[in-house]
Design a protein around this ligand. Structure first.
Ligand code: SIN
Ligand code: MN
Length: 218
């Protein structure tokens, strides 16, 4: 997108805040490097199989906890049975800074204790249907960081998959936090715009999204 057009911070719905360009180019590169290391194993990125036989078009891996439809576990029972990587302290710090920035509330940021990251890689036309993040036993916010190709992020309501919703363009470096009354809102990614990313991030194609969550599990 034209960098001369400013994109201000915006509350899309109560508790759902978009902060454009929040993660610095260096921060984006570090996150790409970390994701690449996690993808080397012990649990590889995979297209998640859904119970009804479908296969998700994004490739996913978990850090701290492994997500499978529709539960979290420490080992990737639907992939290779290996234990997922530990959730690193620096990622928790990043989450606390993100919540502080989105809500302009240092106390809310300091209290945030994410224990899992879901890494999603969108390539070759991958999209994500409207869904709620509701396998967590905590109502703490979800922190979403995007790197690479721009996408259309559809942020809806807590009652239905349909309207009303708002379509937000998430670009590389953008932060989106949803908590409070929007924590269990439906959301999805109907479109990724190929070739809009910046190779300097270390991601030469596609879109990488990392969401931090509090599972509320022991
Ligand atoms: C997700 O809902 O888990 C991912 C959202 C995104 O890719 O922006
Ligand atoms: Mn989600």
């Amino acid at each position: 997108m034209d960098a001369l057009i400013p994109r201000p911070r915006r509350e899309v719905a109560p508790g759902a805040v978009h902060v454009p360009g929040w993660l610095s180019p260096a921060g984006q590169r570090e996150l790409v490097t970390a994701c690449r290391a996690w993808a080397m194993g012990p649990v590889p990125m995979r297209h998640t199989r859904l119970p009804r036989g479908g296969v998700m078009s994004v490739r996913t891996l978990g850090v701290g906890w492994h997500w499978r439809p529709y539960a979290y576990e420490r080992t990737a029972g639907d992939v290779n049975g290996a234990r997922v990587p530990e959730f690193p302290d620096w990622l928790g710090d990043l989450g606390r800074r993100a919540v502080t920035a989105a809500y302009r509330d240092p106390a809310a940021g300091a209290a945030y204790r994410p224990d899992t990251a879901l890494v999603n890689l969108y390539q070759d036309g991958a999209t994500m249907g409207m869904h709620q993040d509701k396998d967590e036993k905590s109502a703490a916010p979800v922190v979403s960081l995007s790197i690479g190709d721009t996408c259309v992020f559809r942020f809806g309501n807590t009652a239905t998959r349909g309207k009303p919703y708002t379509d937000v363009e998430l670009e590389s470096g953008d932060l989106f936090v949803f908590g409070g009354p929007s924590r269990f809102a439906f959301h999805g990614v109907p479109k990724v715009r190929p070739g809009t990313g910046e190779p300097a991030t270390g991601l030469t194609s596609g879109r990488l999204n990392v969401t931090l969550r509090v599972t509320g599990l022991e």
